[in-house]
Design a protein around this ligand. Structure first.
Ligand SMILES: [Zn+2]
Length: 134
């Protein structure tokens, strides 16, 4: 049986190779806000918080629960907080609190405070600058 090839109606989708010939990076690896996060205090401070000596385990934790991201996309760096590995795992659902603590801890209250503390620290460090601010 002879088959006729299926004719393509639309052209092949463009690849991510730019005109310069270089391949587009999948994501920005280190932004100023992410570099600045290392060594900062954990602003979440959930039960069991352990930022490590010299806050070495602290990184910028993007808050996905408020939208702003998507599959393979992180929310903007402004929608992130400084969190240690432990607290980061808790808010991302990789780790869980014991049921007795889960009832006592208000995650959204911790996140609200963490956003305020992170914003203050980033403005002090000059990572985040508001319009009109020097
Ligand atoms: Zn922590």
């Amino acid at each position: 049986m002879k088959r006729t090839p299926i004719a393509r109606k639309t052209p092949m989708k463009a690849t991510t190779i730019r005109a310069s010939g270089k391949r587009k990076a999948s994501r920005p690896k280190m932004t100023p806000a992410r570099v600045n996060a290392k060594g900062q205090p954990c602003t979440l401070q959930l039960p069991g918080c352990y930022p490590g000596p010299d806050n070495e385990q602290v990184q910028l934790c993007h808050l996905r629960m408020f939208g702003g991201g998507g599959t393979g996309l992180k929310p903007h760096d402004a929608e992130a907080i400084f969190g240690c590995t432990h607290c980061h795992d808790l808010i991302d659902g990789r780790r869980h609190l014991i049921p007795e603590l889960r009832e006592q801890v208000s995650f959204f209250e911790h996140i609200a405070w963490a956003l305020i503390r992170t914003g203050r620290l980033q403005r002090e460090a000059g990572v985040s600058i508001w319009k009109g601010e020097k």
